[in-house]
Design a protein around this ligand. Structure first.
Ligand SMILES: [Zn+2]
Length: 189
């Protein structure tokens, strides 16, 4: 019996039943019909549901609703577009400087904004001087790198990548790179 009383189900169901009993008792004392409270709540819920389901929509309300939704979508699209344009304009001029010939090798890379909000180089790799394909380690031990597209072999060793990055960052900072001829000409004058 003790176990039955300590069971969580007994406790929760018991409290619900006790609450129901109290309501009935309250109704009895007040002289109301026993089921008036329960019935009242139920009928209110049903009436509310029915009124929602039977709500007569006017066509022009639906049309205005659709137009408002359409306008909101247009505004969101415009906002996103202007954000993209703004982000594009905020990019530094060297953002287009993504290839160069350094130490006899052709290099390509990408710029990205690091955690400190500064632009840095990623995916720096040597490419084939004939066709621009990224170079891979050669299967032939006589060579160091090779191009999988045109089969050109490279026997020289690559210079240190960190040194190449230093060179690229310096060129970007000083504005001396291809595609920025005005700056190069200004410096040569
Ligand atoms: Zn190639």
């Amino acid at each position: 019996m003790k176990k039955f009383l300590k069971n969580p189900w007994t406790i929760s169901m018991g409290s619900v039943f006790f609450g129901f009993l109290l309501t009935v008792l309250y109704d009895l004392i007040k002289g109301k019909n026993i089921f008036s409270t329960v019935g009242g709540i139920l009928s209110n819920v049903i009436t509310f549901l029915l009124s929602v389901m039977n709500f007569r929509l006017k066509v022009w309300w639906v049309l205005i609703g659709l137009i408002v939704v359409f306008l909101i979508l247009c505004l969101i699209a415009r906002y996103n577009e202007s954000k993209t344009i703004q982000a594009e304009q905020e990019k530094p001029p060297f953002f287009k400087y993504t290839k160069d010939q350094i130490k006899g090798w052709n290099w390509e890379w990408r710029w990205y904004k690091n955690l400190y909000g500064q632009y840095d180089i990623e995916d720096l790799h040597p490419v084939c001087s004939s066709c621009g394909t990224p170079l891979v380690r050669s299967d032939n031990i006589e060579y160091n790198l090779e191009c999988m597209r045109c089969n050109k072999k490279y026997s020289e060793y690559l210079p240190d990548m960190d040194n190449i990055k230093i060179y690229i960052r310096d060129s970007a900072k000083r504005g001396i790179y291809q595609g920025n001829e005005s700056e190069i000409n200004r410096r040569q004058l």
